[in-house]
Design a protein around this ligand. Structure first.
Ligand SMILES: [Zn+2]
Length: 446
């Protein structure tokens, strides 16, 4: 087994293409990643299968779309049925690699079923107990779902704790990762999850200038629920300028990127670089102030699902890879590259095919993990979003209409809904029943 390559997957939370120079941002937030890109495969059209963490990570570990692996919704909105369906999955990447002799290490903090298959799993005890409590107590669940004002003060400490104390800053996370690599037998599978880039970026040192345009900004938000929700979030970040909030997001990316650079330097110094697969990606993207969704990954606009994907594969030269790729492809790609056979059913395809210039799919699919029931399909030129239940669990407003279609050739920012009652893309989304239901609801709405 020792001739097998090591595997490192790095998740950068809420990481969108728009804020990296590698994908066209005019600010350089990704110095290390750009450097690695020269000797890596950079996928230009990589779309997460979900706008939320839990469904996305589950897609990575199963090779399946959320509706097929079970976990469609982010905790604590995941249903009993979704958990039950999860148990039907036969393939789970960490367990599979472990069965092939890999030492499996995760620094992920979430816990729950994500611990499955890992020899070592880093999570903070208080997070674990909080999470378990949150999952068990109905009143708390209701509180999280509704965030009504009266409960806000009461729950603020929980929210604060969730956003500040539950994971280590990027530097400590990477130091732990490197220490684990040093201690591990080879081959190893290291899964690392950086949360620093998730609003309100609590681990990122950033002093605001004292600029204050937040009230002006809040006044412009028309949707009452959105306004309330964002108001609450503003207290978490401690900044009063939207521009500075965006700057802080960029700074968080820079901070994580620097740590990725440190890892690569370490791997090279230890002569592990040529024996190690390194994958860096966003589990989902995020809206900043786009689409009237504020600093949240709610909605299925490209901002929340088009994510960076950089893969260093020993033996492969650096290149930009075109064509649709998704997180469901990661497991099949690793199996293909490491030459493991497996007969489990997966939705994904090996990305080595794309590298060879073969087409693997004409369209990508994605599921909203933060709203009742919304899914979308996107081709190069078009995108269709169908909402059976468009209530956002986080802010209680609606970020999508029952049907939305965008002509991406003319409207890459997805501003003008051109849905006119029917769409060629409809057939890719769901069974008839769902579509009829959605039509019915659309009809009721207008
Ligand atoms: Zn929302």
């Amino acid at each position: 087994m020792s001739d097998k390559k090591n595997v490192i997957i790095i998740i950068v939370d809420a990481f969108r293409t728009k804020n990296t120079s590698l994908y066209g941002y005019d600010k350089v937030t990704d110095k290390s990643l750009s450097k690695i890109a020269a000797e890596s495969l950079v996928f230009k059209d990589f779309f997460s299968s979900s706008n939320a963490t839990a469904p996305s990570l589950t897609s990575i570990f199963t090779g399946k779309y959320p509706n097929n692996h079970g976990i469609v919704h982010q905790f604590p909105y995941t249903t009993e049925e979704e958990f039950a369906k999860l148990e039907e999955n036969k393939f789970w990447l960490p367990s599979f690699l472990k069965s092939k002799g890999y030492e499996t290490i995760a620094i992920d903090w979430i816990g729950l079923f994500f611990k499955e298959g890992f020899d070592y799993y880093e999570e903070k005890d208080d997070r674990k107990s909080n999470m378990e409590k949150l999952m068990e107590i109905n009143v708390v669940k209701k509180f999280l779902l509704g965030l009504p004002n009266w409960a806000y003060k009461l729950g603020k400490s929980v929210t604060k704790a969730r956003t500040s104390a539950k994971f280590s800053p990027a530097e400590d996370t990477m130091d732990l990762g490197i220490r684990k690599i040093k201690e591990s037998k080879k081959p190893f599978f290291l899964f690392m999850h950086f949360w620093d880039t998730h609003f309100p970026f609590p681990t990122t040192p950033f002093d605001g200038s004292g600029k204050n345009d937040i009230n002006e900004f809040l006044n412009k938000i028309e949707d009452k629920n959105q306004k309330e929700y964002f108001k609450k979030r503003v207290t978490d970040i401690g900044l009063n300028s939207v521009d500075e909030m965006i700057d802080k997001y960029d700074k968080s990316i820079e901070m994580v990127d620097e740590q990725i650079g440190k890892l690569v330097d370490f791997l090279k110094k230890e002569k592990l670089w040529d024996d190690t697969v390194l994958i860096v990606l966003g589990d989902h993207g995020t809206n900043l102030i786009d689409h009237k969704v504020y600093f949240s990954s709610s909605s299925l606009f490209d901002d929340t699902i088009h994510v960076p994907y950089v893969m260093h594969l020993p033996g492969y030269q650096g290149m930009k890879v075109e064509g649709f790729a998704q997180n469901i492809d990661i497991a099949p790609t690793l199996l293909d590259y490491l030459r493991f056979s497996n007969d489990s059913q997966m939705d994904g395809e090996s990305l080595l095919k794309l590298v060879r210039g073969e087409k693997i799919r004409e369209r990508v699919l994605f599921f909203d993990g933060l709203a009742g029931d919304i899914k979308g399909v996107r081709t190069k030129d078009r995108k269709l979003i169908v909402a059976k239940d468009n209530n956002c669990n986080l802010c209680k407003s609606n970020h999508h209409q029952w049907f939305e279609e965008y002509d991406l050739t003319k409207d890459s920012e997805e501003k003008e809904n051109i849905f006119n009652g029917n769409s060629e893309l409809m057939k890719f989304l769901d069974n008839r029943q769902d579509i009829n239901k959605a039509s019915e609801m659309a009809y009721l709405q207008y």
